[in-house]
Structures are given as structure tokens and as C-alpha cells.
Design a protein around this ligand. Sequence first.
Ligand SMILES: NC(=O)c1ccc[n+]([C@@H]2O[C@H](COP(=O)([O-])OP(=O)(O)OC[C@H]3O[C@@H](n4cnc5c(N)ncnc54)[C@H](OP(=O)(O)O)[C@@H]3O)[C@@H](O)[C@H]2O)c1
Length: 384
Amino acid sequence: MVSLKTVRQSNAALQAFPPGIVAVFAGATQGIGLATLKQFAKYVSGPKAYIIGRSHEKGKHIIDQLKILNPMGSFMFIEAQISKFAEVDRVCEEIKSLENHVDILCMSMGYLSLGGRVETPEGIETNRALQLYSRLRLTMNLLPHLERSMSPRIVSVLSAGFEGPLDLSDLDWKSHKSYSVFKAAAPASTMMNLFFEELAKDHPTVSFVHSFPGVVATNNVDNMFAHAPGLLWFPAQIPRYTVVPLLNMFAAISPDEAGERTLFLATNARYPPAEDHIEARKMGGFVDRPQGVPFAASTIMKEGRGNGVYRVNSHGETCKDSALLKGYRKDDIGKVVWEHTMRVFAEALANRDENGNGNENGLREAEANVSDTDSLDFELDLKS
Ligand SMILES: NC(=O)c1ccc[n+]([C@@H]2O[C@H](COP(=O)([O-])OP(=O)(O)OC[C@H]3O[C@@H](n4cnc5c(N)ncnc54)[C@H](OP(=O)(O)O)[C@@H]3O)[C@@H](O)[C@H]2O)c1
């Protein structure tokens, strides 16, 4: 286990690094992403962050607060509906036109829901788009820029260690009548790992981290109960005002701790890429590995060298090896997931009229899930 003290020491060492670390955050308008962004602003000297989110007002509010935290930082908000791949592409083009390189890509967008399937205008289940496909597309689009970094890292905050079997005849669960984000979560986690492993084969100078943050006291469970559909809303208010506050108070870790730990995953040499960084004339991480803390084990290790992909738990440790993933690797299911994902992208982007518009009704439904915290009454805790 990597102690929080070690994590904080490592993050504090980022201050010694010259200004100019560039990070892209998706899902950082609240929760774990926002907490990581805050730690990035706090620790990095002259940080540069692109924050992709769906509310310009909220973005402006966050930037105002980050500026107080670090007046030397550059913080840019890009408004986009990131569940749509066309929007992912637009945002990536904008970032690429403004930067020569990107060092860190941190992705944590998604929501919990008691409802069923809600599709984006491009015909993709919205939560699946946010937790899986948009993350993979952001990653692919930004990889050429990441490869120009001295220490390129991709961190996807999701559910490493909670992988589940795939329905190979229906990877998107389209035929599953009772679709739920909970049932779809474990296969999505499997697909995230396998896709990262495919990408790492062609991009050996990049580290790919899929993390499970632990139970974190963010608003995501509260939002789920607050937006429970139909008659479910009434019983949902009972756990919302009883179990959830107790869980947050006694069992969950704070968003700040999750943010510190996610920044560590994004910057410490404990999680190096596959290629020897000295040979590649790069760094294994912006901060050296702490004394006494070994290299993390990659998902595939051969003759002492890893593939640069990590499944990491809430303590910064590699998750236990998974028999399920081993079997999928043996059967080359990574390729199946890759080809499927390419088809999903192509079909979704074709699912638009000549003006580039999709069925915006789907988007409106998904937007019904906007969290209560969209009101701008939150403040970043600038002290911690
Ligand atoms: N918190 C936990 O205990 C926990 C545990 C395990 C895994 N995770 C995973 O970690 C990730 C982050 O969780 P969190 O607790 O930080 O969540 P959160 O506080 O609810 O934040 C979620 C982020 O996703 C964005 N988002 C939600 N719905 C969206 C939509 N329809 N379109 C575009 N963006 C949308 C939110 O943007 P807005 O600000 O615009 O709403 C926000 O930036 C999630 O994938 C979650 O499943 C969390």
C-alpha cells in the first residue's frame, strides 16, 4: 500500500519541476476529477490545464477558484457534450491546435443511475459513452500529442479490479432488455483494460492507468437517488438521507484524498511505460519513485518488463491478477474489443445528418441527469 503521506510527498516534489506540465481533464467539474485538478493546480509550478465540461458557467467558477490557488497557472475551460464523439473530436482538435504536447490525460466522467438505457444523439448509451467510449476516443485522439511528452500518462478513473465477463455476441448489451449502468459496469471495466493493452502495443512510451478510486464521498450516489425515475423516486429518498450520509462520513475517503492519489498515479515513476525511458530519452514519471516503494506490476509482465498498462486499486497497488482477463488475452479478445470499438465510432459518427446533427432528443434525456451541484454554490476547499 502506498501511504497517503508518501503520495503527498511525491506530489509536493512536482513543485521542483519547471513550469509547463500540460494536462487535459474530462469529468473534472466535480468529484474525483475536480479534486485531482485542484491538486494539480496546487502542486505543479506553472500548471496548464484544459478542462472539458458541459457547463460554461460552472467552468468559469472553477477557473476563478483555481486561479486563487495558483495565480501562475493557465486554466482553460472547453465547453462540450463529451458523450458525443463528434464533440470529443472537436475538443481534441482545439487542444492540439493550441499545444505541441500533452503530458497527462485524466478522465473521470460518468454517473450512476437507477434508470435504464438513455442514448446520445449518436445512438450510444450515454453512461457507456462517458465511462468507456469517449474516454477511448479522447485517448486515441490525443496519443500523438502525449507521445511528445517527456512523461506521458493516461489515467482513467473507473473500476479496475471489478472486471466482469463480456457478452461477445452483444458487447453493448443492446439486446439486454433490463439495461442498468450497474450490470454494464463490469464488462465496461474489462473492455477498458483490454483496449488499453491493445493501445500500449503500438504506444510503448505511454503509461496507461486504469484505477479504482475506492469509495469516495462525492455526490455521485446522492445524484443517483435525487434523479431516481418515476415512482422509484420516493423510496430512493430514504437511503439518500440515511445510508448515504453515514457512508460518506464513516466509510468513504474524501475527494481530496482521491485527488491526491490520482495525481500520484499521473506523475510518479512507480508506473512506467513499457519502453525503457532512458533509451527513449524520456522520464519514467515526473517524480522519482519513492524510496522503498517498488515499481507497480503491469497487467502483462515478460522477463521482468511490463507492458505499461496498470490496473490500480485505491491504495496505488496493482489489482490481483484476473483469471478472466488472462483467458481473454489468451483468446485475443483485445482485438475483438478493438474492432468492435472502431465500429461503434464509425456507426455513431455516421448516425448524423448532413449538418452533423444527431437525434438531439436523446441528449435532452441524458441532460435530465445533470446533477444538483450544477448550481454554483460550491467552493473549492482551497486550504486542503
Ligand atoms: N465516487 C466513488 O465512490 C466512485 C467509486 C468507484 C468508481 N467511481 C467512478 O469514478 C468516476 C468519477 O466518479 P465521481 O464520484 O467523481 O463522479 P461525480 O462526482 O458524479 O463526477 C462525474 C463527472 O462526470 C460528469 N458527467 C456526469 N454526467 C455527464 C453527462 N451526461 N455528460 C457529460 N459529463 C457528465 C460530471 O459533469 P457535471 O459537473 O457537468 O455534472 C462530472 O464532471 C466515475 O466513472 C465513477 O463511476 C467513483
